[in-house]
Write a protein that binds this ligand. Structure first.
Ligand SMILES: Cc1cc2nc3c(=O)[nH]c(=O)nc-3n(C[C@H](O)[C@H](O)[C@H](O)COP(=O)(O)OP(=O)(O)OC[C@H]3O[C@@H](n4cnc5c(N)ncnc54)[C@H](O)[C@@H]3O)c2cc1C
Length: 386
């Protein structure tokens, strides 16, 4: 067992770190102010630098590297800003991977290379007003009709809602309740019958717009079905990788906070000496570092367990749950260590704390990850309804 990155992985990490510090850091505050997502030009620049579709099949426009490489880059970007890291997240661990794994050749050839080029953004639309944790209660209907699929329903909390060009929409293909009739369909933003609610005002996630999506007899061709009824398990398998991406976004908040605060406590003087000289500060730093290191190892284990495929639910849920918890703790500790400067919006620390909280809800709450973990441990699902 070797815990060190290879020479190539270190070079990739250094390139991502340099780019993030030099180019992303100055952009992060502006995005936080405006709340606007990154521009298409910026996405194309990321693509030209090899930061999009890192672990995607080269025949579909990716770099063909492993999940670990993608997550290494994602962490460096996320240390600076969730919004600036989002195109990397979407193109390497996002819903486009479900299209790559399960979509028809025609659909994957059209969508996946366009995402890797930075031409389009694809979001996932699972949650509904009445179906959050209880996702299998979703009501959005997909009805086959004369070679098309007609979609009706309302989705909620979609990150990228209104902004993304395409949506992987979880739908029910018949009136039968439960997971058995659920599949997923690809829907483009401009499809007649698709409309969006007001942009949500969230505690964090500035620059990652989200909104309700309404489907009113929205018609798409049959080859837009990514996974037909009965494929919920497949969708959840693809989601295991997205979970590792969520974990890495959370880790990025914590690791970025730790890096910044480490510098701060060596510069900031109180009582005539740098505050790092106080033992209480030293203990706090060590506690933060232990959490960040452990989180990174759990994420890398989940990624390595799957090499270029999809990670298992146990490893990905442990990685997400732990990263979500420690990100809240570590960013909170960093805000505290920076005193008034930590609480000020002039510095990125409070933003990291707000974003860290969101990653522990998005992609399934912390507690539901714990239920996944216990299920994997005993080898069966726990019925939440009885
Ligand atoms: C920042 C952000 C981004 C998001 N992005 C997307 C996206 O891109 N696409 C998308 O489809 N959705 C997205 N979501 C929605 C997200 O997946 C849901 O918010 C999440 O699954 C929880 O659902 P809910 O909000 O309806 O809460 P609820 O399901 O109502 O849960 C409320 C509380 O009850 C607890 N709870 C519920 N059931 C159980 C149980 N059986 N056992 C123990 N505790 C339970 C939960 O843990 C939680 O603490 C996003 C959410 C956020 C905050």
């Amino acid at each position: 067992m070797d815990f060190s990155l290879t020479g190539d992985q270190q070079s990739l990490q250094n390139a991502a770190r340099r780019f993030a510090k030099e180019e992303l850091a100055p952009m992060a505050a502006a995005i936080e102010d405006s709340g606007e997502p990154v521009s298409p030009e910026f996405r194309k620049r990321l693509a030209s630098l090899g930061f999009l579709g890192i672990n995607v099949d080269p025949r579909l426009g990716g770099l063909g590297l492993g999940n670990l490489e993608a997550l290494i880059v994602l962490e460096e970007f996320a240390k600076v800003s969730s919004a600036l890291a989002f195109p990397v997240f979407e193109s390497s661990v996002g819903p486009v991977r479900a299209i790559e794994h399960f979509g028809s050749d025609a659909l994957k050839n059209r969508v996946v290379p366009a995402v890797c080029r930075g031409d389009i953004v694809v979001a996932v639309s699972m949650s509904e007003p009445e179906a959050g944790t209880a996702l299998t209660d979703l009501r959005t209907r997909a009805t086959p009709d004369g070679g098309d699929i007609v979609i009706n329903g309302t989705k909620r909390w979609c990150s990228g809602g209104g902004h993304a060009d395409g949506y992987v929409v979880y739908c029910r293909f018949s009136g039968e309740p439960g997971a058995g009739s659920i599949g997923a369909v690809y829907v483009e933003r401009d499809t007649p019958g698709v409309s969006f609610g007001e942009r949500e005002s969230l505690m964090g996630f500035r620059g990652i717009p989200s909104a309700d999506i309404h489907f009113d007899d929205a018609r798409v061709p049959e080859d837009h079905v990514i996974v037909p009824a009965g494929g919920f398990r497949k969708l959840m398998q693809a989601f295991d990788l997205e979970r590792c991406g969520n974990a890495t976004m959370a880790l990025g908040q914590a690791a970025g906070a730790l890096e910044d605060v480490l510098e701060y406590v060596q510069e900031r003087k109180q009582f005539g000496k740098a505050i790092v000289e106080f033992q209480a500060v030293q203990l706090k730093l060590a506690e933060m570092a232990m959490r960040v290191d452990a989180s990174r190892l759990l994420i890398h284990r989940a990624a390595a367990s799957a090499e270029k495929g999809l990670p298992g639910i146990y490893e990905s849920s442990v990685a997400k749950c732990y990263a979500n918890e420690i990100a809240r703790e570590v960013t909170g500790a960093a805000v505290q260590l920076m005193g008034g400067y930590g609480y000020s919006r002039a510095y990125p620390m409070e933003r990291r704390m707000r974003d860290a909280w969101g990653w522990g809800i998005a992609g399934g709450t912390i507690d539901i990850q714990k239920i996944n973990i216990a299920s994997a441990m005993v080898g069966r699902r726990f019925d939440q309804r009885r």
